[in-house]
Design a protein around this ligand. Sequence first.
Ligand SMILES: Nc1ncnc2c1ncn2[C@@H]1O[C@H](COP(=O)(O)OP(=O)(O)OP(=O)(O)O)[C@@H](O)[C@H]1O
Ligand SMILES: [Mg+2]
Length: 246
Amino acid sequence: MLLEVRDLKASYGNIEALHGVSFNIDRGEIVTLIGANGAGKTSTLMSLARLPRPEAPVISGGDIVYEGRSILRTEPHILIQTKMMVLVPEGRHIFGNLTVQENLQIAAFPHRRDVNRHIIAAEIQDMVYELFPQLKERRRQRGELLSGGEQQMLAVGRALMTGCDFILLDEPSMGLAPKLMYEMFRALRQLNFVKHITILVVEQNAKVALEFASRGYVLKTGEIIASGSSAELAANQDVKKAYLGG
Ligand SMILES: Nc1ncnc2c1ncn2[C@@H]1O[C@H](COP(=O)(O)OP(=O)(O)OP(=O)(O)O)[C@@H](O)[C@H]1O
Ligand SMILES: [Mg+2]
């Protein structure tokens, strides 16, 4: 098991947002966590990556186990530096005043102690440009001038530059026109298939998420209410009614 989330509880102040969430993911899988607005999707990913942000929830119970070892006390930057996992947060987070290329280059920091760091960074960058040719075309352009879809590609590209082979994605489809959204998922699937990158994706768009992932969990007001293969979930009457428009 790559990651096991056990009875995870997380709160904002004295308001508990996650009431004991459990799920797991194996190396090489694409797993989705679907749920409506406010279900706790972002809270779950923030609890896993524990970015030191004022708006991050505080873990108040349960455990997060990575390859058999609890990482609750592992400092968040260590998770990236040791290439355990990286989060692509909701709403992109790229550096608008830096060029596309600079955005990618600075994300390669986990390789800085490697004697081959320049080669490694150049290789991953080539892979990112191959995956998202638009980024290559616009490599000298400032991040803020990119379209929403291109910014999302850049955010994924930055995650790849870290060398982590486990990527957490918070609603990568958000704000993307259908064509770009399918483009994005096609790229992610290719990463999974060719580069063996494990993907945990949270989505409000259950239909797309279940087409993309091989299995999933349904989150509702801070609790997992269903789980199974994507086909099982897509056929589940409750899931259909609540998340797939009947
Ligand atoms: N910074 C915060 N302070 C207080 N409560 C918060 C904060 N962020 C989220 N919450 C609450 O925690 C619960 C879960 O929110 P969360 O953002 O995890 O949901 P979500 O599934 O990501 O929703 P969305 O689809 O809208 O992104 C909600 O009730 C929300 O109001
Ligand atoms: Mg969210």
